[in-house]
Design a protein around this ligand. Structure first.
Ligand SMILES: Cc1cc2nc3c(=O)[nH]c(=O)nc-3n(C[C@H](O)[C@H](O)[C@H](O)COP(=O)(O)OP(=O)(O)OC[C@H]3O[C@@H](n4cnc5c(N)ncnc54)[C@H](O)[C@@H]3O)c2cc1C
Length: 246
């Protein structure tokens, strides 16, 4: 973990859903940028003479020698980070620090199943975990379920990647939970409503399942309460809320 700031350079930015961009940065450091999948970095940038700091989960699929940092940012209307970062020209630098955070897979545990729940850009930590999850599925027979909540199918970030991963890993399932609009005809991985409404079909098993919750604070609080109500202990649920900065 580094609290020291270091510059990263924007090399690419693509719209991946309405109002959401996937940013690719490279570090200019000689030592490779290392992180544990699930962690986030802080970006530091000037706005009106003030230096602001915002946190973003690392979306990068890790592989050796990789010096890129990928992030998915949801545009917040009037948001100061959104205004700055969505207008950052390719080739420009921004200061970063980290990685930080404990929403990571732990070495010393072997649950029967991981249930990884998210809304919006909260799915990015799970994208970064895919290679590690593949190893656990193969070595330990761990099942993995990813639930992603969005308003409509077009906002299910990285769904093609998750569906492709599912087609190659029989122990992996991906559900896209759409609260407002659904495909017509509905696709087999789509579900109606909020992510926590899909819990009912998963036969949740406290003591065997470990659940991760990431994204919108309301989702995290509501899903956490549902899990406690069905008998999960606090240590069986890991949470990361995308709380707003003030
Ligand atoms: C650990 C952590 C990880 C995070 N990871 C990500 C990530 O991967 N991708 C990502 O896009 N964001 C992520 N966030 C949220 C991010 O840090 C910023 O809060 C977000 O980008 C808004 O910053 P802003 O400066 O644009 O808005 P601000 O200037 O801080 O806010 C402007 C106004 O919009 C409101 N607001 C702020 N955010 C939202 C929102 N999401 N929805 C509705 N209203 C809002 C505020 O209350 C305020 O009134 C994360 C937060 C945390 C704590």
């Amino acid at each position: 973990m580094s609290r020291t700031q270091f510059p990263i350079t924007l090399v690419d930015s693509q719209e991946i859903a309405p109002g959401v961009r996937h940013f690719t940065f490279t570090t200019t450091q000689t030592t490779p940028f290392t992180f544990i999948p699930g962690q986030f970095i802080n970006l530091h940038f000037p706005v009106n003479g003030e230096t602001l700091q915002r946190s973003y989960s690392i979306a990068t699929l890790p592989h050796e020698g990789n010096n890129t940092i990928e992030l998915a940012l949801s545009h917040v209307s009037g948001g100061r980070a959104s205004g700055y970062l969505f207008n950052l020209p390719i080739g420009h630098n921004v200061d970063a620090s980290g990685p930080f955070g404990r929403l990571v897979l732990r070495e010393d545990e072997t649950p029967k199943r991981y249930i990884l729940v998210s809304t919006g850009t909260g799915v990015t930590p799970y994208r970064a975990m895919l290679p590690a999850l593949a190893q656990r599925m193969q070595a330990q027979g761990t099942q993995v379920v990813v639930l992603l909540g969005a308003r409509s199918p077009g906002e299910l970030l990285y769904q093609d990647e998750f569906l492709s991963f599912m087609s190659r890993h029989p122990l992996f399932s991906f559900y896209g939970c759409c609260s407002r609009v659904r495909s017509d005809p509905e696709r087999t991985h789509e579900r109606k409503g909020y992510v926590q409404e899909t819990f009912a079909e998963l036969a949740l098993t406290p003591g065997e399942d470990i659940v991760y919750l990431c994204g919108n604070p309301h989702m995290v609080d509501q899903a956490y309460q549902v899990l406690l109500d069905v008998g999960f202990e606090k240590h069986g649920v890991r949470r990361e809320k995308y709380v707003f900065s003030h």
